[in-house]
Ligand binder design. Structure first.
Ligand SMILES: Cc1ncc(COP(=O)(O)O)c(C=O)c1O
Length: 401
């Protein structure tokens, strides 16, 4: 009783702007489930929840690491053999002038470390809209500002360099490119990347190249690593084992910093300081890195065949529904259909959808989108029969409205 009268502990104000729509929608989903709805999960980019698995040689490397004394603290940047494998992987993508590499807890932690070491309160970072919400959440936590630039839906969701240029201001420190993009599945053209580099060079911006889906591309789309195109612009390339190597729960990712040594020296030093302060990333898990990056990639053929079939099914089904249109994704495992119903609130739409049909998708505003438009994100990882059931339910739901 006495406890009830105590004042609550006020949380830090910086947590107020931190949201993560991908998981937030699960609160609504669990309410629908409690009322007896069967849920069809098209909301989370975790291939291991479906018929995909971490390749056996990667799993074996972790088991071997656990049995061979790799349970102590690792060096802060990571084990040397894992860092060397990442260096080879980066050089294979054409990245030169590598100044630093470190391994973190997923790609998420290196992204957070790289942002934390760069921005002061009130600085801003150009982020793609739509884009992955981690950047929004971390910038809110750092009391820095997100400076969203729009991807052009009419141009296959390519970044619009003119829009990027127009939004640069004296407090802009970096530009984020998510390539292939989450949530649209677009793959940046070389011409767009070159223009973004020109802008970065002109305004002394750091480029954050989030390439966690780099090998998941279809239809002969060419995935160009932006860091390979120019040597005078500082670029941090992020990737990890989560998506291409089908191990999001392993929580292994990395950052490769490339560009002019003199320009990057202090910034790299600050990132290293932050990596030391958190001791190290998971030891046994990062031992899988050389086996993954230098090992056989044959497993990807089947992954890409399955993903392409599911992508085709998804785009066909969405474009057949009146009131929905969908740009064909060229990579990753997401698409971002548009709801062509004037005045529609997409958060309400996805909430009603889950309560009525059990289909869980994420509202477009959770990834940011052009004002006045409404979208939702589909993760098309589930098997075709599940996708077909979900798309039939969405079609019926749209007809009833
Ligand atoms: C674009 C993008 N970057 C980073 C991440 C986070 O990756 P990790 O699970 O390795 O932290 C994700 C996860 O979905 C993502 O889509």
């Amino acid at each position: 009783m006495a406890e009830l009268s105590q004042p609550t502990i006020p949380p830090a104000q910086r947590t107020r702007g931190v949201t993560y729509a991908i998981r937030d929608i699960l609160l609504e989903a669990s309410k629908a489930q409690a009322r007896g709805k069967e849920l069809l999960y098209l909301n989370i980019g975790d291939p291991n929840q479906f018929d995909f698995d971490t390749p056996p040689h990667v799993r074996q490397a972790i088991k071997d690491a656990l049995d061979s004394g790799r349970n102590g603290y690792a060096p802060s940047a990571g084990y040397p053999e894992s860092l060397e494998a990442i260096r080879r992987w980066a050089e294979g993508k054409g990245i030169r002038d590598i100044q630093d590499i470190f391994i973190g807890h997923g790609a998420s932690e290196p992204i957070e470390i790289a942002l934390s070491a760069l921005v002061n309160r009130g600085d801003n970072v150009l982020t793609p809209a739509p884009g992955y919400p981690l950047y929004t959440a971390v910038l809110a936590k750092l009391e820095a500002e997100e400076n969203p630039y729009y991807l052009d839906e009419a141009n296959g969701w390519q970044p619009d360099p003119d829009d990027i240029q127009a939004r640069v201001n004296p407090r802009t420190r970096a530009v984020v490119l998510i390539n292939p993009n989450n949530p649209t599945g677009s793959v940046c053209s070389r011409a767009v990347l070159e223009r973004v580099l020109e802008i970065a060079a002109r305004h002394r911006l750091v480029v954050f190249a989030d390439e966690i889906y780099d090998r998941l591309v279809f239809d002969g789309a060419t995935m160009v690593s932006i860091a390979s195109l120019r040597r005078d612009v500082p670029v941090i390339t992020f990737s990890g084992l989560a998506k291409v190597f089908i191990g999001p729960g392993l929580r292994v990712g990395w950052a490769v910093t490339s560009g002019p040594a003199g320009v990057l020296k202090d910034y790299v030093g600050a990132m290293q300081q932050l990596t030391r302060a958190r001791i190290c990333a998971n030891g046994p898990m990062q031992c899988a890195v050389p086996h993954a990056l230098d090992g056989p990639l044959g497993f990807l053929t089947e992954v890409l065949v399955k993903l392409k079939r599911r992508r085709d099914l998804t785009v066909r089904a969405m474009n057949a529904i009146e009131g929905i249109s969908c740009v064909e994704p060229k990579g990753a495992f997401y698409c971002f259909p548009r709801l062509e119903v004037p005045g529609l609130d997409d958060k309400r739409w996805v909430t009603e959808l889950v309560h009525e049909t059990g289909v869980v998708v994420v509202h477009g505003s959770g990834f940011r989108q052009r004002p006045g438009t409404a979208h939702f994100r589909i993760v098309y990882l589930p098997p075709e029969d599940v996708l077909e059931r979900a798309y039939d339910a969405i079609a019926r739901f749209m007809r009833r409205r």
